[in-house]
Design a protein around this ligand. Structure first.
Ligand SMILES: NC(=O)c1ccc[n+]([C@@H]2O[C@H](COP(=O)([O-])OP(=O)(O)OC[C@H]3O[C@@H](n4cnc5c(N)ncnc54)[C@H](OP(=O)(O)O)[C@@H]3O)[C@@H](O)[C@H]2O)c1
Length: 268
């Protein structure tokens, strides 16, 4: 039996038109799922959906959605059920980092970041719940961030939102577990998606300079995260719920001995 097989399951992936979300949608379809991808830019979603259909032979549907808006989220859920009949998997992936000194952050910007990175996961999970309750393989995965574990300066709202997402995950895992619904989160490290490459460039960084600070000496690729999401929605993790898995190339920022002392041969 292939424990990674998703044949017959229906998955919604928010932010599925680009980056980590698009790679996750592709991977799930390759493992047999029908996928619904949601985001604000319909054209990009449609291109990704067409690629998925062509490559996997499974169904893929693009639904234009702003995940901060209750009525649009409800439309996403209703459309998924009317087109594909059910919902088994929800990936709360839409999100984004807006970095500003806290002293310069307006109330509107702060609220917007929390709505995008935290409230959206509540809206999608809550609206999907009646359908997840009917599934035998119900699983929710939310894309948190390393910034929600250790914090980042300039990201008071982003880090707080992503940390909140981990606690939201824990609480719904406890509340909805008795009904067979699992919920887990991934604390994503620096991953070279379209969105991340653009924001690194603004700070004079690129994939090489970011990767140099990672114990495994490279940034992540969207597939590194998609593989984690596949594990969490598949039967491989059927007794795992309420957890946050860091996928980040290893722990950073530790004090103690430096690499020069640990690996002197590398500096010879
Ligand atoms: N890459 C990293 O280094 C990194 C690190 C930590 C956490 N993460 C998290 O991983 C997730 C995926 O990010 P990514 O790196 O793949 O970046 P990305 O390529 O920019 O993807 C973000 C996606 O979210 C969608 N989105 C943004 N605002 C939305 C809204 N209001 N409603 C619906 N969809 C919206 C975007 O599509 P539209 O613009 O079309 O709406 C886009 O497809 C995010 O939650 C991000 O915070 C990424």
């Amino acid at each position: 039996m292939d424990m990674m097989d998703l044949t017959g399951r229906v998955a919604i992936i928010t932010g599925g038109g680009t980056g980590i979300g698009a790679t996750t949608a592709r991977l799930f379809a390759e493992h047999g799922a029908d996928v619904v991808i949601a985001g604000r830019k319909l054209e990009r979603l449609q291109t990704t959906a067409e690629e998925i259909i062509a490559k996997s032979g499974h169904r893929a549907l693009a639904v234009q959605t702003d995940v901060r808006e209750d009525d649009q989220v409800q439309h996403l859920i209703d459309t998924t059920v009317s087109e594909f009949g059910k919902i088994d998997i929800l990936i709360n992936n839409a999100g984004g980092a807006y970095m500003f000194p806290t002293k310069d952050t307006s109330p509107e910007r702060f609220r917007n970041s929390i709505e995008l990175n935290l409230t959206s996961a509540y809206l999608c999970s809550h609206a999907a719940l009646p359908h997840l309750l009917k599934s035998e393989h119900a699983s929710i995965v939310s894309m948190s961030s390393a910034a929600g574990v250790s914090g980042v300066k300039g990201g008071a709202a982003y880090s707080a939102g992503k940390a909140g997402l981990q606690m939201f995950t824990r609480v719904i895992a406890a509340e909805w577990g008795p009904k067979g619904i699992r919920a887990n989160a991934i604390a994503v490290g620096g991953v070279a998606s379209e969105g991340a490459l653009r924001s690194w460039e603004r700070f004079g960084m690129d994939a090489d300079s970011m990767g140099a600070e990672v114990p495994l000496r490279r940034v992540g690729w969207p597939i590194d995260i998609a593989n984690g999401a596949l594990f969490f929605v598949s039967d491989m993790s059927s007794w795992i719920s309420g957890q946050t898995l860091s996928i980040d190339g290893g722990p950073r920022g530790l004090g103690g001995l430096t690499d020069d002392v640990l690996w002197p041969e590398d500096s010879e």
